[in-house]
Write a protein that binds this ligand. Structure first.
Ligand SMILES: O=C(O)CCC(=O)C(=O)O
Length: 283
């Protein structure tokens, strides 16, 4: 299993995002795609609302989090060694932990995903963080494609964006730290992974197609990071990690380097749900 080439790592360091083609085989995509479809169908079986009846946030995507914990058939993808190794290489760190995984299914007619950075949602300071955005089939313009503001990760931590639309709006794209730079849209072929840094400002367009945009994401954090703030963050609170303490525990397993073939065991306690986007639901 080879690693990423130097150009790819350099592009990520420069732009804060990069596309890596052919990281997953057609067989893996078909296998995990079917497993994720089934998990999303099970978790949402009781939800019969139309898109228009959902909240603004939910109109961006159907979100099912921490599937690795409840779905053993998805766990090998969330802990996939080639992906986890790529995450470590992009961040330039020796080891990474799984921060979270999730399915993000943008329904036909689903609205944009508002521009935001990921890292400010969590009390992790400037701990190195990277997301693998994995389209389960090709994702082209008009189908809910992602866009990234090149170099925005170098602006560091900006204000968190309220994706729930419950507080005063803040347009991160207008933040002076971005110096007027525009998001760049990226089409993602099947088998590719699009990576973005935790401080990269990113968004997704509306899904104007007639098929659901099926995406799975995996977020990795550098091993050795510490909790920086008090505010609620589900995996940290479940592990009882206090401010200043090291981020570790069964909710946040090391996925690279991989010791042997054993997959990490999920925590036995699911914990209390902390808001709909962090809910862990038994399948
Ligand atoms: O897929 C989307 O619409 C948004 C994804 C996103 O914001 C993320 O992966 O951090």
């Amino acid at each position: 299993m080879g690693g990423l080439d130097a150009d790819c790592i350099q592009a990520f360091q420069r732009d804060g995002f990069v596309v890596t083609p052919d990281l997953l085989t057609p067989g893996e995509l078909a296998h995990y795609g079917a497993a994720i479809d089934a998990a999303v169908a099970r978790r949402t079986a009781g939800d019969h609302r139309t898109l228009a009846e959902k909240s603004t946030y939910e109109q961006s995507f159907v979100q099912c989090m921490r599937l690795w914990e409840t779905n053993p058939e998805i766990r090998p993808l969330s802990c996939h060694p080639a992906l986890a190794r790529a995450a470590a290489e992009l961040l330039g760190v020796r080891a990474v932990r799984l921060w979270q995984d999730q399915a993000l299914y943008k329904e036909p007619g689903g609205r944009i995903t508002d521009p935001h950075q990921d890292a400010p949602f969590w009390p992790i300071g400037d701990a190195p963080l990277v997301t693998a955005w994995i389209p389960l089939e090709s994702c082209r313009r008009g189908e809910g494609a992602m866009a990234y503001v090149p170099g925005s990760h170098r602006a560091g931590r900006l204000r968190p964006v309220d994706l729930m639309h419950t507080t005063e709006p803040y347009d991160v794209l207008a933040d002076p730290a971005l110096e007027g730079r525009e998001p760049m849209f990226v089409e993602a072929p099947a088998g590719s992974v699009v990576w973005h840094h935790g401080f990269t400002v990113h968004q997704a367009e509306a899904n104007r197609s007639d098929r659901t945009r099926r995406t799975f994401t995996i977020v990795y954090i550098a091993d050795g990071a510490h909790r920086e703030h008090r505010f609620d963050a589900f995996p940290l609170d479940r592990e009882g990690i206090g401010v200043g303490e090291r981020i570790e525990g069964p909710s946040l397993p090391v996925v690279w380097p991989r010791e042997g073939d054993e997959l990490p065991e999920p925590p036995t306690a699911l914990g209390d749900p902390v808001g709909p986007q962090f809910r862990v639901v038994r399948s």
